[in-house]
Design a binder for this molecule. Structure first.
Ligand code: XIL
Length: 389
């Protein structure tokens, strides 16, 4: 077994806590918010040149959709040439989440998000804003007054401030992330599933509040910035039905919602093309745009979220690398076929040495879900995607 891959020990993001999820699927709830965990203590060694043979990814899909990647500030130097060479979009993996940007009332911490935004500007890349409201990044201060109207005012102030600050570089925001329940019998994530806002408002009204503030904020900037709902397990029929119910509710209320983001924390066998195509078709029929917002393909296909049983550590063999490459290629062929409806495809990380899946759902189990390996060299998956068209 390989040593823990995180090269910068103090920079490791410790994601803990797996929640139950729809049986039979492998995409799961997000890890715990990492408030104290995401600290870059030592500067990573800078990469000066992109690896040989790379620099073709975004260019290959230029006529189809943007190709993005989620980053922390450290990646801007440790894999900078890969970012600017292979991608035309960035998402802040953590730096633009509510509690990261706005840890206490009246006090913003923009530095990490600003660094990423500046890199994007310098390299003419677009950004996805992620995320204005997410239950795991709702700071306690936001609900402390126990008064929905105070929270609405604070939410509105936050959303206007943040949307305006990055308006020149973002073309869409995840307005609300993961607000739908994983349990049968209820549509929305409530207090039992970790939402602080649902119990405060006595329902899902906060979703409407957030989308309305976001629409007003965008309109004040005069820019065209699309407003998305983003979630995992969108391919699950029951979960998707609830997402569609929410989209219809917002539209019936006259609230602007432009798109739905499929996180796409999938594995090398799941979901299959038929399920994915059905998912795309059903959402397109609702009149929303789609994006693949957090793509990574785990090599663990037998994890059971119902019983919280995780497959033991695997070695990343040549066979596994080939299977992953083939699945990535099939997915990109399918995305390209649906390009009319898909605005962007974003990977949730650059290289296998730094992936949140090393700690989620099983702490300390190495995963190999991305396009570049631990040494930041392109994997078979990288080259196979280039052949998808
Ligand atoms: C994850 C990050 O990758 C981790 O670094 C952090 O500890 C927890 O959040 N769904 C989302 C993302 O919308 O924001 C999550 O990102 C992964 C699941």
């Amino acid at each position: 077994m390989k040593a823990k891959k995180c090269g910068f020990v103090t920079g490791c993001v410790m994601a803990v806590g797996a929640l139950a999820c729809s049986a039979g699927t492998t995409e799961r709830p997000a890890a715990e918010a990492q408030a104290p965990g995401v600290v870059d203590m030592s500067p990573p060694p800078p990469m000066t040149e992109a690896p040989e043979g790379t620099g073709k990814l975004a260019a290959t899909f230029k006529e189809h959709f943007g190709v993005g990647v989620a980053v922390e500030p450290r990646h801007l130097t440790s894999v900078g040439p890969i970012l600017s060479g292979d991608f035309n979009r960035l998402t802040a993996e953590n730096a633009m989440k509510f509690a990261q940007l706005h840890p206490s009332e009246g006090s913003y911490a923009f530095e990490r998000a600003d660094e990423i935004a500046e890199f994007a500007r310098q390299h003419s890349m677009a950004m996805t804003g992620h995320a204005l409201v997410w239950y795991r990044e709702t700071p306690a201060w936001l609900v402390a007054a126990n008064d929905p109207s105070a929270t609405t005012a604070a939410l509105d102030e936050h959303i206007r401030t943040v949307v305006e600050r990055y308006a020149d570089v973002t073309d869409n925001w995840d307005v609300v992330n993961e607000a739908i329940s994983d349990s049968g019998g209820k549509t929305y994530r409530d207090g039992d599933e970790g939402s602080k806002l649902y119990p405060l408002y006595g329902g899902q009204q906060y979703i409407k509040v957030a989308f309305e503030s976001a629409a007003a904020a965008v309109s004040a900037t005069g820019k065209s910035i699309a407003l998305y709902y983003n979630d995992y397990n969108v391919v699950d029929d029951a979960k998707r039905a609830k997402i569609i119910e929410m989209v219809r509710w917002l539209k019936a209320e006259g609230v602007q919602i432009d798109g739905v983001g499929l996180q796409a924390h999938w594995n090398i066998e799941w979901p299959n093309d038929a399920l994915l195509q059905k998912t795309i078709d059903e959402l397109v029929a609702e009149g929303v745009k789609l994006k693949i917002s957090e793509l990574d393909l785990s090599v663990y296909t037998k994890d059971d979220y119902g019983t919280e049983t995780w497959e033991p550590q695997k070695e990343f063999t040549a066979d596994l690398a080939q299977r992953q490459a083939q699945r990535y290629q099939q997915l990109f062929a399918l995305f390209a076929k649906n390009a009319e409806h898909i605005t962007s495809v974003t990977f949730w990380g650059v290289s296998d040495d730094q992936t949140w899946l090393d700690d989620f759902p099983a702490a300390g189990r190495n995963n190999y879900p991305l396009l570049f390996d631990d040494q930041h060299q392109p994997k078979p998956a990288y080259f196979s995607i280039l052949q998808a068209l």
